[in-house]
Unconditional design. Structure first.
Length: 140
């Protein structure tokens, strides 16, 4: 019987999703067709840099002029292949600009009811359920 090799320890990754609100809608973006979760929709997301605050990362990741709300509103932990990902969520209010990213292939401002229509990864679906569960979200 062959000896089972030990699996390498999962690589810890800390990411941030930014839920940006604008006139009762939230910004979602479409991932490029290739790569992990290719073609799926999500809230803008990216890795947190070492020593970077969630508020500073939100400004970088959103690619818009935003006012991040203080504090992290949700944390989701999940595993993908060899990665142990901690996905933190921060909410922000749109101030100005149109989303322009070299990473995402498309972007849309959607109402709460439209969020479930767009195909998304399991972690993003979990985040969507959290967002829809908040009563203070999507201000007019």
């Amino acid at each position: 019987i062959p000896v089972r090799s030990t699996r390498p320890a999962p690589l810890a990754v800390r990411e941030l999703a930014v839920v940006v609100y604008r006139q009762g809608r939230a910004l979602i973006v479409r991932r490029p067709p290739e790569g992990r979760w290719g073609g799926l929709w999500e809230f803008p997301r990216g890795e947190l840099e070492p020593e970077e605050t969630p508020e500073a990362a939100a400004r970088r990741i959103a690619a818009l002029e935003i006012d991040p709300r203080p504090g992290v509103s949700a944390v989701i932990r999940h595993r993908v292949t060899r990665f142990a990902i901690t996905l933190e969520c921060i909410e922000a209010d749109w101030r100005s600009g149109e989303h322009a990213s070299q990473v995402y292939s498309d972007s849309r401002w959607v109402t709460p009811g439209q969020l479930a229509v767009y195909p998304a990864s399991t972690p993003q679906r979990r985040l969507t359920r959290i967002v829809l569960g908040h009563t203070t979200l999507f201000p007019g």
